[in-house]
Design a protein around this ligand. Structure first.
Ligand code: SF4
Length: 362
């Protein structure tokens, strides 16, 4: 097993021994604030560490090959366990659940999980690469999913195939977007990760293609997530450049956020033909309003996308702890949170070992 994989395993198993149940119990319900007065609002739930794409900025083939030690089925949280943890977070103020992966639509019977989570008083969304949307959209909607976000890194076939690195045709993802739209999984958002020198030439064609549609394209700065995508600062195209390029052909004007803490900065076309967004974790950090917690596929809580270790809730679930004890542990994790990685990013932090995005979801 290569050095690289051993080191990735190290990261994955780097966990504070069992998420501690505090001696002084924290109430199982009520708002939770971290050390920067940020309330937990969003829980991102990774339901698989596998994917049918090998996007170069997330799961490069060189690392995530056939020998990569993906999680065994027995290690994954069951749907009952995921629902229980989600319910405890909702009691602490979470009002948005996002299902992620890897590629969440690869998880068998995902609709059954959605049915369970849709019973909670939350907005229920899912991020997908769109490959399975043509056959799954209707069932997802019927199960109670509100809307989807589709990752699409170019509109021209050659660039898209190069970005997903499994030769998957763009037409199939566009078909998936149409199927999701027809099924009512809207408003539909489209995420494009921009890597300077690789697909930045595709920015304006992408904007042009979806302008006038109901779909909102968000351009995401290339990030130093995980420890395997070879991130370099000079491959980051600042969002200000992205906006300038689009504006030069299709004038844009800034608009306010839909809600406090919204990740994307919104811009609308001056002629009223829709909007785009930019997500600027590298050049315009938004940690001060970050309300996101992440649950990994096998039950660890991470309080930042760029975390180096997590808190194991699965051990508490499987040793029969009560809801009160697990909710108290969740409270302690969040109240101790001080993450602000994007505010303190340096070349050293970028090179540090971090949890893989394909493992805890974007
Ligand atoms: S870097 Fe971490 S703390 Fe900052 S916005 Fe991203 S997830 Fe939140």
């Amino acid at each position: 097993m290569s050095e690289k994989i051993i080191h990735l395993l190290d990261i994955r198993t780097a966990t504070r021994a069992a998420a501690l149940v505090p001696e002084q119990p924290i109430p199982a319900t009520g708002r939770l604030l971290d050390t920067r007065d940020r309330a937990v609002r969003d829980l991102r739930i990774s339901v698989t560490d596998r994917c049918n794409f090998r996007c170069i900025y997330c799961m490069p083939k060189s690392v995530f090959d056939k020998d990569y030690p993906y999680l065994a089925r027995s290690e994954l949280l069951s749907f009952e366990e995921i629902e229980r943890i989600a319910r405890l977070f909702v009691a602490h103020g979470v009002n948005k659940l996002r299902i992620t992966g890897g590629e969440p639509l690869l998880r068998k019977d995902i609709e059954k999980l959605i049915e369970r989570l849709a019973r909670l008083p939350v907005e229920l969304t899912l991020t997908t690469n769109g490959a399975l949307l043509p056959q799954k959209s209707r069932a997802l909607r019927d199960a109670g999913l509100s809307r989807v976000t589709v990752s699409l890194d170019a509109i021209d076939d050659a660039t898209f195939r190069a970005m997903n690195d499994v030769d998957f045709p763009v037409a199939r993802v566009l078909e998936g977007i149409d199927a999701a739209h027809a099924a009512g999984l809207t408003p539909l958002k489209i995420n494009m990760v921009v890597k300077r020198g690789t697909n930045d030439h595709a920015i304006v064609p992408m904007a042009r293609h979806f302008r006038g549609s109901d779909h909102i394209v968000r351009f995401i700065e290339f990030m130093d997530v995980g420890s395997s995508n070879g991130w370099k600062m000079d491959e980051v195209l600042p969002s200000s450049d992205v906006i300038a390029r689009i504006h030069a052909e299709m004038p844009l004007e800034p608009i306010g956020p839909n809600y406090p803490g919204e990740v994307a900065q919104r811009w609308r076309y001056a002629d009223g033909s829709g909007e785009v967004g930019v997500i600027s974790s590298v050049t315009q950090a938004f940690c001060s309003s970050c309300t996101r917690a992440r649950l990994s596929t096998e039950g660890k809580i991470f309080t930042c996308l760029f975390a180096t270790e997590g808190h194991d809730l699965r051990v508490l679930l499987r040793e029969g702890r009560s809801d009160e004890e697990i909710a108290s542990a969740i409270g302690a994790i969040w109240q101790a949170r001080g993450d602000r990685y994007s505010e303190i990013r340096t070349a050293d932090t970028a090179a540090a070992r971090k949890i893989e995005m394909s493992y805890i979801g974007g």
